[in-house]
Design a binder for this molecule. Sequence first.
Ligand code: FPP
Length: 242
Amino acid sequence: MNRLRHLAVIMDGNGRWAEQRGLPRWKGHEMGMQAVRRLIEAACRRDIPVLTVFAFSSENWKRPQKEVRMLFTLFHRYLVSERQNLLDNGIRISAVGRRDRIPGIVREVLAATESATEKCSRLHFRIALDYGARHEIVETARSLARAVLERRIEIDQITEDLFSRTISSDEVPDPDFIIRTAGERRLSNFLLWQAAYAELCFLPKLWPDFDESDLENILDDYYSRTRKFGALAAPAPQYGNS
Ligand code: FPP
């Protein structure tokens, strides 16, 4: 059976969920946050070691200021209200993405929650915040180029393995399974390097409606797949008689 060491989620459809009900968009994000809580609980029950959610992309700054402010208020509220619960349940939290552009108050509570939960080992919950995969790849290339210029490494030492270790400072495995809700079928600049061999799953459901039964179904789907990583699933056929 396939191992699932890292599940990654593109949580899409909060706005549509709210619009369909005649509610303001922030209500969709608030309900999306409840869905994140349900997902974390379900991931713990299913012994998934690493979970990454795409909470705010580097392109999301283009949204109306009011919505951006509301989203960061929600992230802040989540981090403050959940810290004890995360600790009690052995959940480590960390963020991936740029830190320099997010509001200082969120940066501070994030850093405090990261260090408070650093030793927790039941689930590593990662929030992609002000995250863009292309930016991450360019930063990694820059850091390796600097290492060459400063003669800390030789150019031939830049391999896929070194690139992977440099891009993910927290040593998490690449995502095995990436799911996206709300019917769109693209990765939208999410974990592009790490997704090279990930299985993908696109669900029509809007993110605020996602629940444990959806997780059960997509996990059944994942475990039923054959992952070949470019090789052959069954032993290679023998040619000739020898
Ligand atoms: C995409 O839906 C969703 C977002 C940009 C924000 C996701 C944020 C949350 C679920 C809030 C809580 C998160 C954490 C980690 C505490 P959309 O607004 O693009 O939906 P639409 O395509 O229907 O407009």
